[in-house]
Design a binder for this molecule. Structure first.
Ligand code: M6R
Length: 369
């Protein structure tokens, strides 16, 4: 049942190219436009929406944080992302023109379910992004866009996360398409890039041996820090969450721009710091800023583990370890940048003798509040 792998997690990591491709299947037509007829919210309603609110927990919340960048960029609508467990306790402002997106692999997470019930009571439309057919969250939502990751058994979410990202991009691009934003040309180009992204994920998987080796060499560390900017920031949070739940190590993700506001005090000799570097193409200002962040932490003794696009030479002098990922449009980079972090956490857990598929104290679906 583990298909020759030692753990379900390894199998599920390896299945990601297929999971991504399956989630796109049938949703892009021959003309390169999106067809999301299965989302039963009429286009006329989607045109009237004036705000998007995303609710989710854990890894699904990180997918939501990334979706915010995509939705705001491609639709020019404000988008809030909130931990489902916090959402209804703060009396959120919701009305029939708010589109609420609830993201959940299992479809049974109680916090997310309670958040969407609250939203529907306020008259908002709820779209579920879910991996489990017929589960409670899609049943209680106005519409559902299923991710097609297949069953995810390991407690640590991997392939579900990548497919949640794909589903979020589809929703963001679809909203852009029906609402007709000024990014029309870009939307077409990104849909094309998305249709080819499974190959890029495969390429990353094929080059993971040095990451495994690196993970094993860090097995006796106490802490690992993760830094990112823009969509790389939620990727940093996800990398840290994976490490906490699997390796039981202290791990934290930071927005690189926050370093000087406090976290840089944590940097001391030999602390491993993983940095997710945005593409030097496109928004190059982000890239330049993160290169100086890497210089800053390295000058203070950090051991820098740099995840950067192929061909990005600017990072080379400051990287103690360099992990290459294929070039992608900035907003899609999390689909490739997260994969090494999953492999890293899985290998560290193994090296520390931990139970990879069933980490201590955790359950696959959290059906209590
Ligand atoms: O089933 P859900 O997507 O609603 O689950 C949400 C979180 O409990 C889940 O993502 C959790 O954080 C994972 N164990 C992370 O790997």
């Amino acid at each position: 049942e583990k298909g020759g792998y030692d753990y379900f997690m390894l199998k599920e990591i390896a299945e990601q190219p297929k999971a991504v491709a399956d989630t796109l299947l049938g949703r892009i037509d021959a003309a390169g436009s999106l067809t999301l007829d299965e989302v039963r919210i009429p286009d006329s309603v989607l045109r009237e929406v004036d705000k998007v609110v995303i609710v989710a927990c854990g890894t699904a919340f990180h997918a939501g944080l990334i979706a915010k960048y995509a939705i705001e960029h491609w639709t020019r609508m404000p988008c809030e992302v909130e931990l489902a467990s916090e959402f209804r306790y703060r009396d959120p402002i919701l009305d029939p023109r708010t589109l609420v997106i609830a993201i959940s692999q299992s479809g049974e997470t109680m916090d997310t379910l309670m958040a969407l019930r609250h939203a529907r009571e306020q008259g908002s439309k709820v779209l579920a992004i879910c991996n489990t057919n017929g589960s409670t969250i899609p049943r209680e939502s106005d519409a559902v866009l299923y991710t097609h990751a297949g069953p995810e058994v390991a407690v640590a979410s991997t392939k579900a996360f990548l497919t949640q990202l794909v589903a979020c991009y589809l929703v963001a691009l679809y909203l852009g398409q029906v609402r007709g934003t000024k990014w029309g040309d870009e939307i077409g180009a990104v849909i094309h890039e998305l249709s080819e992204i499974a190959g890029a994920v495969e390429q990353v998987l094929d080059t993971m041996e040095p990451v495994r080796e690196l993970a094993r060499s860090l097995a006796d560390k106490n802490t690992v820090l993760f830094l990112g900017r823009h969509v790389g920031y939620p990727v940093a949070l996800e990398g840290a969450l994976k490490l906490k739940e699997l390796a039981y190590m202290h791990a934290e993700g930071f927005a690189a721009g926050e370093l000087k506001h406090g976290p840089i005090a944590l940097i001391e000799r030999d602390v491993p710091v993983v940095v997710i570097v945005p593409s030097p193409r496109g928004r190059s200002v982000l890239h330049d800023k993160i290169v100086s962040n890497i210089q800053e932490i390295r000058a203070r003794g950090a051991r820098t583990i740099v995840i950067a696009e192929e061909g990005d030479e600017a990072v080379v002098p400051y990287a103690d370890h360099l992990i290459r990922i294929p070039a992608t449009p900035t907003l899609l980079q999390p689909l490739v940048a997260t994969v090494p972090l999953q492999v890293f956490a899985c290998e560290l857990a193994t090296a520390r003798g931990n139970e990879v598929d069933q980490p201590r104290n955790l359950a696959k679906s959290v059906t209590v509040e």
